[in-house]
Design a protein around this ligand. Sequence first.
Ligand SMILES: *Cc1c(COP(=O)(O)O)cnc(C)c1O
Length: 370
Amino acid sequence: MNSLSPIPFNDLSRTPEELLVRIQSAASKVISSGWFVMGPEHNALESELAEYVGAAHAINVANGTDALQLALAAVGVKAGDLVVTVANAGGYTSIATRLLGAIPAYCDVDKATHLMSAATLRACLENVSTTPKAIVATHLYGALAPISEISAVAEEYGIPLVEDCAQSLGASISGRRGGSLADIATTSFYPTKNLGAVGDAGAVFTNNEEYGLNVKTMRQYGWSGKYNMEFTGGQNSRLDELQAAVLRIKLPLLDGWNQRRRDIHSRYESASNGRVEFVNSSNESFVGHLAVVTSPRREELQDFFASKGIKTEIHYPIPDHVQKLPAPFERAQDLSVTERLATEIFSLPLFPELTDTEVDRICQVLSELP
Ligand SMILES: *Cc1c(COP(=O)(O)O)cnc(C)c1O
């Protein structure tokens, strides 16, 4: 019976007992302390995140979408400006862009990596109606986009580059972590991310003093100091002490969890033996946020997994430019790769608390795919 119990896509209630006790005790300390917002836990987390990522500044904010919005505003994006982004990454950059009154200009993705590449970016920039004010490269599924090549193109056009690390925190290339590789970077600590809070949370990283100061002032009403409204773009996007305390406990465990994700992913890859195509290989720079596969027979395969009690999902089924939302965007180039991939991708369960028995069962199904 046990071997047939359903395998969930994710299960946030599987926190190991020892870790749960530490989290509960930290939460309880915060509640007794009477300091609930932007206090000592918050400030310590900022230092620890900056050190982890290898950026001069880490600025905690309320969530990953605010992080994107504030990062875009910090580099100078204003109403009516264009922001280049991909259309296959869940729509968060489109939302953040529109919150500023700016307009997403969609760039196609590379068909092998599902990420922005220097070539797709260049093709997009050659066709946009006006020079964009920012480019957002999303490190999707746990893999870093080819950031130095993308960066070279962005520099050539003089456009600030933002990295979205929400799905790839901890991923590194040549010893440098994503989040430190562009002008400014963002992340989310939504509970299902590789580093997740017990609620909403996010952060912005930068080595640029001016951008960092912009985000710091904007996240708290545009204040220069208490009750002094001096800067435009102000809002309330603070992080609370409870989330900061939890994230401080979990941050030192992130690399271990990412390794566990990579190991599971690598077992899937071997078991499948080419029956489905994995978008990513378990290389060093991949932190296994999602195990995404492609197949022209998606529905049949998802049904097969379902018949074995294994939950699968699609990340993401509807590209941004195909959404019903009646909002302006610029289609700077043909988006046929993005459109085709959206019909072929699906994701297998991939989280560190999957048991070895569950991983074995998923591997077994991968080795029997019709
Ligand atoms: C989750 C996510 C976000 C948004 O984060 P929230 O904290 O949910 O606002 C942004 N970008 C990517 C790539 C994400 O996966």
